[in-house]
Design a binder for this molecule. Structure first.
Ligand code: ARG
Length: 258
């Protein structure tokens, strides 16, 4: 009886150990050994042309192509996790993911919690409205409701601007929802990244004006603090810049935005 219990315990321990080894191999820690190296990347697929879902539900966009190129170059298989933008920095801090590509601007504030690669793209900010709107300048925002995506630099920027012009901020989880809210008149303005906004303006026949007050930092890949991947990815980005591959991706996804 005793013996068989011991045997059972030993088998159980072995099974548990094997399972741990397995999850380690496939987990979000950029394992460098084994033939099943997986790089877990998180994004927020509500931000075309950087990341969105195609009609079949597949995540696509500039950041996705770039992440695939990075993974391929470094010999990893890419695993993509789609989450709310507001949760991405936390996922990196908890080391649940190896890197984030989500059109994320490398701000000083975020740098306190995560590391960034060199910038791979620059954009600006834009206020978008319905086509016949009378809102044409920042002063016209007075008394209006401005939608922003939760956790973005646009949310921060709107708070700063609010000290000068009196308007209401409506923070929303999802960038696509901003457009739906605008189209159904629940907000009068959406404050967004310019490259993304330009796409909506064309697609939905909207109007808009540039934010003259901001100069946002470039978009970069984000990593958990101290990650070894930062240097590796910087090397890949440098190569892709030199051999024209980065420009090719910009031509493919950002042509209408530039
Ligand atoms: N560039 C802005 C920021 O870093 C917005 C990024 C939003 N990205 C997204 N995938 N929804 O705050």
């Amino acid at each position: 009886m005793k013996k068989s219990f011991l045997f059972f315990t030993m088998i159980l321990t072995l099974v548990v150990l094997a399972a741990c080894g397995q999850s380690n191999k496939d987990g979000a820690n950029g394992e460098k050994t084994g033939d099943n190296k997986v790089l877990t990347m998180a994004t927020s697929a509500d931000f075309a042309p950087f990341e969105s879902r195609d009609p079949s539900g597949k995540v696509e966009g500039f950041d996705i192509d770039l992440a695939n190129a990075i993974a391929k170059e470094l010999g990893y298989k890419l695993d993509i996790k789609d989450m709310k933008f507001d949760g991405l920095v936390g996922a990196l801090q908890a080391k649940r993911v190896d890197m984030v590509l989500a059109g994320m601007s490398a701000t000083e504030k975020r740098k306190q919690n995560v590391d960034f690669s060199t910038a791979y793209n620059h954009s600006g900010e834009m206020f978008i409205t319905l086509k016949d709107s009378k809102i044409k300048t920042i002063d016209d925002l007075k008394g209006k409701t401005v939608g922003v995506q939760l956790g973005t630099i646009q949310e921060e920027g709107a708070k700063t601007l609010q000290k000068k012009v009196d308007f209401t901020i409506k923070p929303l989880d999802n960038a696509t929802t901003l457009i739906q809210e605008l189209l159904s008149n629940r907000i009068q303005v959406a404050y967004m990244d310019k490259s993304v906004a330009t796409g909506y303006v064309k697609e939905q026949g909207l109007a808009g004006f540039d934010d003259p007050t901001t100069s946002s930092p470039g978009m970069a890949v984000a990593f958990p603090k101290g990650s070894d991947l930062t240097d590796d990815v910087n090397k890949v980005l440098k190569d892709m810049e030199e051999n024209g591959k980065l420009q090719e991706l910009k031509d493919k996804w950002l042509k209408d935005q530039q």
